[in-house]
Each structure stands twice: as structure tokens, then as C-alpha cells.
Design a protein around this ligand. Structure first.
Ligand code: G6P
Length: 494
């Protein structure tokens, strides 16, 4: 059957349906009664990317982040989600424990970010590896079953991230004609790191079943291709990876943000009021800002230690600068994340005890998220933003900061290990976050930078953030996926 297409706001039909499959749906669901759910849309990068793509009618398939064991609850949630064009995959607690907390976030996530397996429970992880891997495959098949149920001929299926590396293979096994793309939002590590994974080959083969495989940077794409050549012995070409006559196209598609949404927000009366309040609150002090998920990869302890070093070495700045660190709790069931939270609290407490006075503290640390408008106001009043990721697929906080700085022209200190260093490197001060002496010096440089230099650096980055948007990213990936499939069909006919 041909796909039943909806209509765009201008009444014209959409060109194509796009099934976006990601571990997490872009909504949070809260149960209010046996058959009653309240839904809140979380406007992350992917959501705004796809909202801006007019040619495609996007449907989301993913986990709603809650355990719903009963049929009444599942039916009611499915119905509520349908209004938001979302389709749920129901995962029970055991699968979530083994697949999401276990294989995804305790094994793949740290490994892909070069952090190795969790130190203390390395042996325990090694022992439970096989069962977690099986749960991962099982979960991926559950996503595939939902995709297959909703797929209509002509649809494009776009699979996202390290949670769903098996999905392309599951889908193609069932329907080899399906157009399947896979995009990784994290780094893909050097093949030497990937080699250490017991399931290294299965994962690579599963991803290679896709028609198009995308990464944020050229380096990640290159690492993936060399993993395929070295571990699987396949042929790597500039276009991708060849396997038994089939070419899987591999390329870099750097993501961006919906910059206009941030720029527009700064003109809203409530954001302007908030900006004034913050300016009043921090009058006479320079504002430094960190906004991160409370994750090991973000280098939050390293950032705070570098700030301490800066205060140690720059006595004159002690009561003239404040660091606001927003740390959004994440994956709180995973022990490594629990340890990190206490570690960060301990360091912040120590430094505030050391440099605070009766009326002020040098670090304001919040363990929570801020709403969009409060975040825009905070970005706008910031003098120096600090992004110290130990590794990061892209890091869109750096983009959001730049988008909100066209008035102030503040300075971005950016880790060279974030994908964003490749696009914003010319405007930012690049640092190695492991070297706290270097980061402390970068803080001093940023705070003392001349207005002319700040303007020049900001201009470079602002241009980039304005032109390389999330919408452009999504459009490029999907149109390349369409072209890749057509080219492959032509090749097969010849
Ligand atoms: C990263 C991943 C995303 C993930 C997000 C939040 O950005 O690449 O796939 O959704 O972190 O993590 P969570 O585990 O809460 O979904």
C-alpha cells in the first residue's frame, strides 16, 4: 500500500513520511490516573530539527521513559501519544535495567567516550556482559517490531544513536527494500577502543545493514570505516564500506540548533525581565556559566578544579567573578552517575568554603534543569561559557550560548574533545580539559579579552551557528538517504 500522507499547514501533501526511531521519545509522560496521562514535549535538538523540515511528515517511535505494566495504561498512553505523532515502545523494568542502564549506559556510552569500563565494577561488568548484550539485541528487536507495524511503503526510517545499533539489521532482515539510515550522536571511538568490545563485530555488521550511516564529524566517520576494515576485513572507500557487493554509505553530517528560536526568545518580555533580574543580581561581577547533563563525559569536576586554580592564582578576581553551574541530573539509576553527583557536591562545597564570604560564594551549583526562557536569559548575561567535555559527540550548549550572545559577545572556552571544536574552534578558546592549569589560564585570558577580539571571535561563531542549523542537518541527511537508495537501485539494475 502507498503511504497515507498527511497535509502540511499550507494544505499541500508532505513529500514523504519519516519514521524517526530513537530510544527516548521527545515527550515525558506522567501518569495521572489509571487511564490518564499528562505529556510534556521536551524540545531537544532532534525535535526542533524535524519541526523545521517541511517536506517530511515525521512520526516518532521510542520509549516513553516510564514502566507501564498494565494494558489499560498502555492503551491510554498510546492514544495520548498519537496526538503528538509519537508511537511508544514499551520496555519492562528488567529490559530497561539490562539494556538501557546496563549495555547502553554502563558499557557503550563510557567506551564510545574513551572512558573505558567503570573502574570498580570492571569485572562485574565483564561477567554480566553477555546477558546485557542479549537484552540489547532483544530491545532493538522490540523497536523493530513497532517500526514494522507502522511502516508503509515509501517511508524513510531514520534510526538514532548508540541505543539502536542493531535496528538497521533487524529492519532490513524483515524488509530489504526499506530505506534505513542510522545516525550516531556520540563520538565513534578509534578502532583500537572499539576492538575491546566483546560484541565488536556483531555491532558493526548490524549498523552496516543501513543504507546510510552518519556521524557528527569526519573523524568519527573515519574511525568507523577503519573499525570495519580492521575488525571485519571489509573494504573501506571514500564513500563508505563495501560488503559482498553492497556499499553502505558513510559520511559526516554535523548537527546544529534551531538558532532562530533562541534569537527570537531574547526579545520576549519575560526573557528581558529575567535578564534584568540576573544583571542586577550579579552586578559588579563577571558571570561564568556551565550547562551540562550531570555526566562523566562533561568534565564537570575538571571544570570546577580549573576554576579553583584560577581563583588561587588570581587573587584580584576572587570577589569579581561567579561560576554558575547548571548540572541536569541524568541516568540516576546507574552507579557511576550517583558517584559523580556526590563527587561534584563535595568539590563545590570545599571551594565555596575556601573562597566564599558571609555574603557571597564563588560557585552556584544547581542540580536541575532550567526552562527554556530562563536558560536563554542566563546565556545572554554570561561573560564566559565553559564547556570542558572530556569527549562529546557535538555539544550543542556551545551553539546555544553563541546564539544568545549577539549583544554581549562573550567568550566561549571549549574543549578540543567536543565535536563542536571543529566548527567553533576559530572563535572559541580551545582547551584540553584534563589540563587544569591550561583551563585556568584560558579563564584569565577570556576575562581579560579586549572587546575588539571578543567581537571578532563571536562574529565567526555566530555566523556558523546561524547558518548550520538543525533543520539543514536533518534535510541533508534525509535527502542523502533518498539519493543513496536510488543510486544503489540503479547500480543493482546495471
Ligand atoms: C545524549 C544521547 C541521547 C540521549 C541524551 C539524554 O545526548 O546521545 O541519545 O537521549 O544523551 O540521555 P538519556 O539517557 O536521558 O536519554
Amino acid at each position: 500500500a502507498a503511504a497515507t500522507r498527511g497535509e502540511k499547514q499550507d494544505g499541500r501533501p508532505f513529500r514523504q513520511r519519516l519514521l524517526v526511531v530513537a530510544n527516548r521519545l521527545p515527550v515525558s509522560a506522567i501518569r495521572k490516573g489509571e487511564d490518564l496521562w499528562s505529556l510534556e514535549i521536551s524540545a531537544g535538538g532532534l525535535v526542533s530539527a524535524l519541526l523545521g523540515v517541511n517536506e517530511f511528515e515525521a512520526r516518532w517511535i521510542g520509549w516513553a521513559g516510564v514502566n507501564v505494566p498494565d494494558e489499560i495504561g498502555q492503551k491510554a498512553l498510546t492514544k495520548a501519544l498519537a496526538e503528538k505523532r509519537c508511537i511508544p515502545v514499551f520496555l519492562d523494568e528488567e529490559i530497561v535495567h539490562q539494556y538501557y542502564n546496563g549495555y547502553c549506559n554502563n558499557i557503550l556510552w563510557p567506551l564510545f567516550h574513551y572512558l573505558g569500563l567503570p573502574q570498580e565494577d570492571r569485572l562485574a561488568t565483564t561477567r554480566s556482559f553477555q546477558s546485557q548484550f542479549e537484552a540489547y539485541q532483544k530491545a532493538n528487536q522490540m523497536f523493530a517490531d513497532v517500526v514494522n507495524k507502522h511502516y508503509e511503503e515509501g517511508d524513510v526510517v531514520w534510526c538514532h544513536d548508540y541505543h539502536l545499533m542493531f535496528l538497521p539489521q533487524c529492519l532490513k532482515k524483515c524488509n530489504s527494500k526499506m530505506k534505513v539510515g542510522w545516525f550516531l550522536h556520540t563520538p565513534f571511538p578509534s578502532s583500537e577502543i572499539h576492538r575491546t568490545l566483546p560484541s565488536r563485530s556483531e555491532l558493526l555488521h548490524a549498523v552496516l545493514a543501513a543504507d546510510l550511516v552518519g556521524f557528527h564529524t569526519y573523524d568519527y566517520a573515519r574511525h568507523f570505516v577503519s573499525a570495519c576494515t580492521r575488525i571485519l576485513g571489509l573494504e573501506g572507500t571514500p564513500e563508505g564500506v563495501g560488503n559482498q557487493g553492497k556499499l553502505t554509505r558513510v559520511a559526516a553530517f554535523p548537527i546544529g540548533i534551531d538558532s532562530e528560536r533562541f534569537i527570537r526568545a531574547l526579545d520576549l518580555p519575560q526573557v528581558k525581565d529575567h535578564i534584568k533580574e540576573l544583571q542586577e543580581r550579579f552586578k559588579g561581577r563577571k558571570v561564568m556559566l556551565g550547562v551540562d547533563r550531570l555526566d562523566m563525559i562533561k568534565g564537570i569536576p575538571q571544570k570546577i578544579l580549573a576554576f579553583e586554580k584560577f581563583l588561587e592564582e588570581n587573587r584580584d578576581w576572587r570577589d569579581k567573578v561567579v561560576l554558575l553551574q547548571i548540572a541536569v541530573p541524568t541516568r540516576t539509576d546507574v552507579p557511576e552517575y550517583q558517584k559523580l553527583t556526590s563527587q561534584v557536591h563535595e568539590i563545590v562545597g570545599r571551594i565555596n568554603g575556601r573562597f566564599g564570604t558571609l555574603t557571597t560564594v564563588p560557585i552556584h551549583h544547581l542540580d536541575r534543569s532550567l526552562d527554556f526562557h530562563a536558560l536563554c536569559a542566563l546565556y545572554a548575561v554570561t561573560d564566559v561559557a565553559l564547556v570542558t567535555s572530556l569527549r562529546d559527540g557535538m555539544n550543542l550548549v556551545s551553539y546555544e550560548f553563541v546564539a544568545c550572545q549577539d549583544k554581549k559577545k562573550g567568550v566561549l572556552i571549549l574543549s578540543e574533545f567536543a565535536g563542536a571544536a571543529q566548527s567553533l574552534g576559530a572563535g572559541a578558546i580551545l582547551v584540553n580539559p584534563w589540563n587544569i592549569t591550561e583551563v585556568a589560564a584560558a579563564i584569565a585570558k577570556a576575562l581579560n579579552m579586549s572587546p575588539a577580539e571578543r567581537e571578532k571571535r563571536h562574529k565567526h561563531n555566530f555566523e556558523h551557528v546561524k547558518t548550520h542549523t538543525a533543520q539543514e542537518w536533518a534535510e541533508t541527511f534525509v535527502s542523502e538517504l533518498n539519493d543513496t537508495v536510488v543510486e544503489a537501485q540503479i547500480r543493482t539494475k546495471q
